[in-house]
Design a protein around this ligand. Structure first.
Ligand code: PRX
Length: 633
């Protein structure tokens, strides 16, 4: 891979070229992939409509790059090593040749069940290799997958399914996660009650849970596979560079989750480029990313980026604390993982268990550590460095988003400098700009502002599915001519970047992105609730906790019980990840005369700050603030 930068000097050189001549830069990277037809032009773009096209008129299929391309040289190399949830079950190793066969065969199953190019396929599965197979099989035949995280409720699935216009679902009977069996198929059945458009549900047998199987609609994965020739070689559908590869829903500051659309070629190239560079991939690496494939991290750095680069992806079904807090270290030791990529929230939760779970675990295979998803506090960074990396593994702090497809800012392992809590420097091709609230560019160092990106990179969001205007308004309208990330950022005296957190109404709870409006909508569905306001507050383990202020029609007799019921409603409407940590019943909310909730005040109170609440004189009813702060939970 000629595009791997191997020294700080090479990074600087690559960065300079990527800015001076982006088309030449990305054209050279793209040359190393396999195409049916090369592009006419590397880039056409404007950030007004917005309209971004990379590798215009190029033709390819991403699965040929992930699979077929590696068969000759490394068909017997493990593509996926899978570690099950339970320690008594055997792990699985799937080579590139086996994965290729498996994907072709399942792609034939999809075809047989009527899936066509461009159709949307919703995937709701646990962390098993078949999830990657399902995604790749969709990509093989040009269907657009939309993976939904296994923790989302039936209602959330139904919303996403309708928004995407999905006619096909791939699921499992259930999923093993820690000590629990998650009844995925039952949840899908609930989600599909009002979805006559869904023609087929393909069910993989994992937990052997009793499930209903609806005649004509539901089919078993294993039956369908048995009906397809084992040696089927499913020719890869020729896709345009800009054809959508997948939709992934994520939360924004408004109520409804957005279906972020990624395009085939640009996503493939940027995912692979960043994987190879950030982690400084070596041929013998075993890359262990602990994310769930239901999030973008799993899409890019468990599946597509890793496989396109010909790497070995170590995939784990369960959770870090099952059966005990030493599990991740057992997995690293057992499979000799060389890269560990996880979230600060996982590090903090393992830190809380002390050092005993590390005793006797051989972590000497580790070469690079990574973190993603939320700002990492220095204490967690040092613990990770000293106790996991034994002070000899670089830690890459990778900042990016669902919308960016791949890492936009990070140090490059052992190549560029690192600094605890800093994403440090932009990747080649990324042009960050800090702007003030009026949109003025903030130059110089030792400055803070809203983080924007002024030039497209190959895996930038193309649209929000079914609603392009929403994409424009959300990302390209706040600061015209720039992509707005929604994050605040500090650039230090050396020009290094530190992400300070969201500046919009999006929370980051245990690395999961949750919109305050979504949680409020869910709470407001509960009987007796008049209105609610949700804010984040610092939480030792989760990074941010969810604090909900709720106005009831009348004060409940049994407040504890009502709070439990509200939590249940949120679980039903969104999923357990969105359950508030604290609920406070309030008589009113601090509103301006124009009816706008002053969240700044609510945030301060939730943080425990009861003095210095700023100017409250413009409030409709300033007295309500005293009541709220005196009854803080
Ligand atoms: O606020 C930033 C935070 O996570 C947000 C993106 O969330 P999501 O789309 O779910 O993707 C998460 C995984 C890529 C960002 O807007 N974030 C992500 N990585 C970091 C981070 N905050 C600080 N440091 C990071 N390394």
């Amino acid at each position: 891979m000629n595009y791997q930068v191997k020294s700080y000097e090479e990074y600087k050189e690559a960065y300079a070229i990527s800015v001076a001549d982006p088309e030449q830069f990305w054209g050279k990277v793209a040359d190393e992939f396999s195409w049916h037809r090369k592009w006419d032009k590397v880039l056409e773009w404007n950030f007004t409509t917005p309209d971004v096209k990379w590798f215009v008129n190029g033709k390819l299929n991403i699965t040929e790059n992930c699979l077929d391309r590696h068969l000759q040289a490394q068909g017997n190399k493990p593509a996926i090593i899978w570690e099950p949830n339970g320690t008594e079950e055997a792990h699985r190793v799937i080579t590139y040749a086996e994965l290729h066969k498996y994907v072709c065969r399942f792609a034939a199953v999809l075809r047989k069940n009527g899936v066509q190019k461009g159709d949307r396929v919703c995937i709701y599965m646990g962390m098993i290799p078949e999830l990657a197979v399902a995604m790749l099989a969709c990509a093989r035949i040009g269907a657009i997958h939309s993976v939904i995280f296994g923790g989302f409720s039936a209602q959330s699935i139904s919303d996403r399914l309708h928004d995407a216009g999905a006619e096909f679902v791939i699921t499992c009977d259930g999923a093993f996660r820690g000590g629990k069996d998650i009844p995925l198929k039952n949840t899908i059945d609930d989600a599909l009650i009002n979805s006559p458009a869904v023609k087929k549900v393909i069910v993989f047998l994992r937990t052997h849970t009793a499930v209903s199987v609806i005649k004509g609609r539901d089919v078993w994965w294993h039956d369908e596979m048995a009906a397809v020739d084992e040696e089927t070689t499913m020719p890869a559908e020729e896709m345009d560079a800009e054809d959508p590869l997948f939709i992934l829903y994520t939360s924004g500051s408004t109520g409804k989750p957005k279906g972020v659309v990624h395009a085939t070629a640009g996503y493939m190239i940027y995912a692979t480029y960043t994987f190879v560079n950030v982690f400084q991939l070596q041929a013998s690496d075993v890359h262990f990313c602990t994310a769930d494939i239901g999030w973008i991290t799993g899409h890019t750095y468990i599946v597509y980026g890793v496989l396109c680069a010909g790497g070995t992806s170590l995939m784990y079904e369960g959770i870090p604390t099952f059966p005990d807090a030493g599990r991740l270290w057992d997995i690293v030791d057992k499979h000799k993982a060389t890269i560990l990529y996880t979230a600060p929230t996982a590090i903090r939760s393992l830190m809380a268990h002390g050092l005993a779970p590390l005793s006797g675990k051989d972590l000497s295979s580790l070469r690079v550590l990574g973190t993603v998803g939320e700002p990492i506090n220095e204490e967690a960074w040092h613990w990770y460095d000293v106790h996991i990396g034994k002070s000899r593994c670089p830690i890459v702090d990778t900042w990016w988003q669902t919308e960016t497809g791949g890492v936009l800012m990070s140090n490059i392992a052992g190549v560029t400098p690192s600094k605890p809590g800093y994403a440090t420097l932009p990747m080649p091709g990324i042009q960050p700009v800090l702007v003030d609230d009026q949109g003025n560019t903030i130059n110089g160092n030792d400055v803070s502002g809203n983080l924007c990106i002024s030039f497209p990179w190959p895996s930038i969001i193309r649209t929000t599915f079914g609603d392009h205007e929403r994409c424009r308004v959300n990302y390209f309208a706040t600061y015209p001519g720039m992509y707005f990330t929604g994050d605040g950022c500090y650039r230090d005296v050396d020009g290094m970047y530190r992400i300070t957190g969201r500046v919009d109404d999006v929370l980051n709870v245990s690395g999961h992105r949750i919109g305050t409006a979504e949680v409020e909508n869910a709470i407001n569905m509960h009987t007796g609730v008049l209105e609610s306001a949700v804010v984040g507050y610092p939480h030792d383990l989760k990074g941010q906790g969810i604090y909900a202020y709720v106005i009831m029609e009348s004060m409940p007799d049994d407040a504890t019980h009502t709070k439990a019921d509200i939590l249940q409603t949120v679980t039903r409407v969104i999923g357990a990840i969105a359950r508030p940590d604290k609920i406070q019943f309030v008589p009113g909310l601090p509103k301006t005369r124009s009816g706008k909730i002053m969240r700044r005040i609510l945030r301060k109170i939730a943080e425990g700050e009861t003095e210095n609440l700023g100017d409250t004189s413009t409030l409709l009813d300033p007295g309500v603030v005293d009541v709220i702060k005196n009854e803080r939970v």
